[in-house]
Each structure stands twice: as C-alpha cells, then as structure tokens.
Design a binder for this molecule. Structure first.
Ligand code: AHG
Ligand code: MN
Ligand code: MN
Length: 365
C-alpha cells in the first residue's frame, strides 16, 4: 500500500513565497507561529471539561471577566488570547496586535524586536458553544503595519489598524471540530489543511477551495426576524416559500452560532450566511466585528470565488473607524449574495404590508 505524499503548511508557504523572490521569510514565519497558537488552542479545546477551562470566571476573579463589548469571557477565551500573543510576540515579525479580547492594541513588549506586520484576531469564535461541545474556531488577519510604524518602531495606536479588508496580506481560521483544520489565504486562492495529530503538522488536504456560485442553503438567526430590515425579510420569506414561491425551489436552513463553522460549511458546499444590520440595538450596526470577523472571513470567501457584503457594499471596501466596530455581514455563494445586495438596492419592491407577501410570511410580527 502506498501512502499519499502530502504537502505540509510549511511547504505550501515556501511554494507561495517563490512568487516573491525578495521576501524575507518573516511573513511565513508569522503564519507558522499563528498555526502553532491554533494547535495549542486545539489541544485545550479538545480536553473539554477535563481541562477546567470551559467555564466563566468566578465572582472572586473579576479581573478579566468581561471584554470591551460587554460580553462575558470564558477562561478559554482568555487562554486562547494568551496563546496568540505568546506564540507570536517574540519573533520580531509583528509591530502590534489587536484582538476581540483586548480592549486596546497590544504592544510588543521589550526586549522583543518589532517587525512589519499587524496581527488581528478573534482567538475563539463561537465560544458560547464550548459548553455543548460544538465546533468553535480562531480567526486571524495579517495587515502590513503603516510605514511610519515600521520606520520608527513606535507603539501602535488604534488607527494603525484602520485598513480596509482589501489590504489584508493574509487571513485564515482554525476550526476545532471533529478534526482540526486551518484554512488560509495569502491572496492567491484558499487552501485547507488538516492537523495530523501524530505528526503535529497541518497537511494540505483541500487545495484551491471554491465556493459554488449557487446554493439552496441559508444561515440566519431567525429569532431576530422582527428586527430585520425589509430586504432581508424579503429574501428569507422567498427562501421559505420554496418551490411554491418566486424562487421556485426549496431551501434548507442551518444555524450553528459559530460563524467560523458556518464559513467552513459554505466553503465546502456553498450556502449563504447572514448576520445583517438590524434594528435590535441602534447602537450596534450588526453583531459581528469588522476587523477580526468580517474582514478575514470576507477575504477568504472572496478568494474562493464567493462574495462578502454588508448587504449594501463589498465588506472588503469598508473603511474601519474603530477597533471593535460591528458591521452587518452577508457572505457565501456569489449569486445569492448578489441577489441580497439587489434587494437592498430596491427595498420598495417589498413592503411589510404587501398582501402578496404577508399571506405567506412565516416570520410576521
Ligand atoms: P464570539 O464567540 O467570538 O463572541 O462570536 C460569536 C458570534 C459568531 O460566531 C456567531 O455567528 C454569532 O456570534 C452567534 O450569534 P447569536 O448568539 O446571535 O446566534
Ligand atoms: Mn467571534
Ligand atoms: Mn471570540
């Protein structure tokens, strides 16, 4: 029996670097440090209840129990954040970092040298699913630091991170599911790697991932339906109407509540994910965060031939204005996302009081 010879993540990165003969190797080394952090997180996640890391902090340990977004942190959110910073801060590749779990930018501590890149991450996405042993993941984005940061080695400030998603150098996520995977783009398509736990290596198992342009599957948290804007209501109602409605075909629905797992499903077999802007809390224009959720996932999806949008414009074109900024997000199979964008451009075509729709709307208030 012959075993199939597979590329490792390291080999993949070296192949990719050959496109840039002048590259120093710092970028590749940074991606490998991030991959190591993800392996360490995978190990903690896999221990589950045995690791004593799933719970929230106790009342006697109030120091870091709530992040800047007012969300309660679990131990594993904080541990995962520490793996990211500790595995990457020493190498001289980074000028600074930002994370969901850190209120302000993270400065590379002396005596470590500072480098050319910014690392932005959600150390654990979907952490409400930890208690129930459902797939979670880590999401990351690599940006080039502004030139004056590189030249001066000064501390980073929030505005150094305010770069549209189209400027990302790389983006990826790790998935801690039945198998651990790393899915990565360095701006030349999307590749998926599966962790071989015996070798401790991510092996290339999914080269050149492509999102199918059409789908009959959508993902949205329907408990928010009374807060949706009319274009989103119209889209979902039409999906629910199935064969008998204007789409003329039946749809299926999924909601995992781990965006990273939904993104992976969509990369594997198509689909559309929506966490759109809604009217639930006017102070929050959407649920997901632009810099470390929407932008990296958007970059990956677009590199795989899909589309990522706010509903109104490509998410990768949005100019960030705050580190923890939230945004409406719609991504997945290109033709569906374009349809949803079209519905946003012509909202008059669908009104709540339109009798045609009110009769068959299952989500009416
Ligand atoms: P996080 O665990 O990093 O705070 O992110 C959770 C996000 C995302 O993964 C998921 O799609 C969404 O929150 C789930 O929101 P609901 O609880 O509204 O379903
Ligand atoms: Mn998240
Ligand atoms: Mn998180």
């Amino acid at each position: 029996m012959t075993t199939r010879r597979r590329f490792t993540l390291t080999q993949y990165l070296i192949e990719q670097r050959r496109r840039f003969p002048g590259a120093s190797g710092d970028f590749n080394s940074l991606v490998l440090e991030v991959a190591l952090a993800c392996k360490a997180i995978a190990r903690s996640v896999a221990l589950g209840e045995l690791g004593n890391v799933l719970s929230h902090f106790g009342e006697d340990e109030v120091s870091t129990a709530v992040n800047i977004q007012g969300e309660e942190q679990k131990r594993l959110d904080v541990i995962s954040n520490a793996y990211f910073t500790e595995m990457t801060e020493w190498s001289g590749n980074l000028a600074g970092m930002a994370s969901e779990e850190m209120d302000h930018p993270y400065q590379i501590p002396a005596p470590h040298p500072r480098g050319n890149y910014l690392l932005v991450f959600d150390p654990l996405d979907g952490s409400s699913n930890l208690d129930v042993n459902v797939t979670v993941g880590s999401i990351f984005s690599i940006l080039r630091a502004p030139q004056d940061v590189i030249d001066s080695g000064r501390d980073v400030v929030e505005s150094d991170f305010f770069q549209p998603g189209a400027q990302q150098m790389a983006a990826g996520y790790a998935l801690y599911g039945p198998s651990t995977m790393l899915v990565l783009t360095v701006g030349n398509g999307v590749a998926g790697f599966t962790l071989d736990p015996n070798l401790g290596q991510f092996m290339l198992t999914h080269p050149n991932i492509q999102v199918p342009p059409d789908t009959q599957e959508f993902a949205i948290n329907a408990s928010n339906s009374r807060f949706w804007e009319p274009p989103v209501k119209r889209y979902v109602d039409e999906c629910l109407a199935g064969k008998t409605g204007p789409r003329g075909k039946d749809f299926n629905m999924r909601w995992i509540a781990s965006m990273v797992a939904e993104a992976h499903r969509i990369l594997m077999r198509g689909g559309v994910f929506m966490y759109p802007r809604d009217t639930k809390d006017p102070s929050k224009p959407g649920r997901l965060r632009l810099l470390y959720e929407a932008n990296p996932v958007g970059f990956i999806i677009e590199q795989a031939g899909g589309r990522a949008s706010t509903g109104r414009e490509p998410v990768l074109g949005v100019q960030p204005t705050a580190l923890h900024q939230r945004i409406g997000l719609v991504f997945g199979s290109k033709n569906e996302v374009e349809r949803i964008e079209r519905y946003h451009r012509e909202p008059v075509a669908y009104k709540d009081d339109n009798p045609l729709f009110s009769e068959r709307s299952l989500f009416r208030d």
